[in-house]
Design a protein around this ligand. Structure first.
Ligand code: ZN
Length: 404
């Protein structure tokens, strides 16, 4: 039996779920699937509702093109780095009042820089602006920076006594890694907000050097579900407290699904699977109620020349080699000849000229990952030192795996 974040479904929750079901039944391509679901009265009956995948939600949105009542309907788009773009609809305000009621990383006295890239219909930048509308802080819309702008902007942050900075962890790592290498100090910075990717332990090291007073605050969600949960510096970085209007479910296979109970929610998110695995935990922060830990994507396992490789683990392992700021895997599919795994290495300022050899040696000697493949076929592994990893220009996200 799947487990839910809430103990029970109240009357408003039941009404919302019935409404979502009616919307999905009205989609011709989905009608059959939901036809046998008679009624929802509680979590027990909700547990029998079929799971929804990304394509199902996109079908439903194409069919009913939701409209906000008495607000502008905003359309956002996610994906593109690892799959086809997904649409998500949200009314003005982007549901951030509830987030603000639950989560206070910054207050009116803060000077906050929004470092999520803006434009091309990605939601994070605008969502965080909607959040700052509730905070009444001083906010600066920076958006994406290019590498040659870091020094000037970092000097600006220091001069403006910036106290809070937010962005995708890939972007945060570039900014704070650069600041650390350049010896920049941001003593006023006390909050770093993240959304869009998992936190990285290397950021803790960079922040300790650049901004020792800064602590991390996270939001978890997607363009389809919107913000599902938040965490504080006292929570583990991969552990989230669900918002009251977000019903989180852990299936028997440890896969997470989400149901949006907010009656104003435009996306028909009913038992919706994003592809993340997870489990319920008691959070170390001591806050009562069920928190969920995200265990990463199950599609992070790939088969390389017959061996299962956990992409995230391998990328993390390479990053432990001295001189490596960050790594990325590129699989070159070459049919009969067998695939080649290329490890792209972004060197840190401390990297010597032999960093590629060090990575190769580390991978060949490791008991971990596909070392046996590389020992037998030296040409199956390539290590390249690069000036920039392969990223999504729109969002600044850097996926751990690229297929060529
Ligand atoms: Zn917590």
């Amino acid at each position: 039996m799947p487990e839910f974040s809430h103990d029970r479904l109240d009357a408003a929750g039941v009404a919302r779920v019935r409404d979502l079901l009616a919307r999905l039944r009205a989609v011709p391509a989905l009608a059959d699937r939901y036809a046998s679901i008679v009624d929802i009265q509680d979590l027990q009956t909700l547990a029998a509702v079929p799971l929804m995948l990304k394509d199902d939600l996109q079908l439903a949105l194409r069919h009913d093109r939701p409209r906000a009542s008495a607000a502008t309907t905003w359309v956002f788009q996610s994906g593109g780095s690892t799959g086809a773009p997904q649409l998500g609809y949200a009314p003005t305000g982007l549901y951030m009042r509830e987030v603000y009621e639950q989560w206070r990383p910054i207050g009116p006295d803060d000077v906050f820089v929004n470092g999520w890239s803006a434009g091309k219909m990605w939601g994070a930048h605008f969502l965080v602006n909607a959040f700052t509308d509730h905070v009444h802080c001083t906010a600066m819309n920076l958006g994406a920076m290019s590498r040659d702008e870091y020094d000037a902007w970092l000097a600006f942050f220091a001069a403006q006594k910036v106290t809070a900075f937010g962005g995708t962890p890939s972007v945060l790592r570039l900014v704070f890694g650069h600041a650390r290498d350049a010896g920049v100090k941001l003593p006023d910075l006390r909050a770093v907000l993240y959304l869009g990717e998992a936190w990285s332990d290397q950021l803790d090291d960079d922040l300790a050097a650049v901004a020792p007073n800064a602590r991390r605050w996270g939001m978890f969600g997607s363009t389809e579900t919107w913000v599902v949960g938040t965490n504080t510096p006292d929570c583990p970085a991969d552990t989230w407290h669900p918002l009251p209007s977000q019903l989180v479910c852990v299936g028997d296979d440890e896969m997470l699904d989400f149901t949006t109970l907010n009656p104003a929610g435009l996306n028909p998110v009913l038992r919706y699977r994003t592809g993340d695995a997870g489990r319920f935990v008691e959070c170390a922060c001591g806050r009562p109620g069920r928190a969920f830990q995200v265990l990463g994507r199950r599609d992070g396992l790939i088969k390389f020349r017959g061996h299962l490789v956990n992409v995230d683990d391998l990328v993390r392992d390479v990053a432990t080699v001295s001189g490596v700021a960050r790594a990325q895997l590129v699989v070159h599919e070459q049919g009969e000849r067998g695939s080649v795994l290329e490890v792209l290495v972004l060197p840190s300022a401390a990297a010597g000229p032999d960093v590629a050899d060090a990575v190769r040696g580390h991978l060949l000697a490791s008991a971990f990952g596909p070392s046996i493949v590389f020992q037998r076929n030296a040409d199956a592994l390539r290590v390249s030192v690069v000036a920039a990893l392969v990223g999504n220009e729109r969002t600044g996200k850097v996926p751990n795996l690229v297929r060529r």
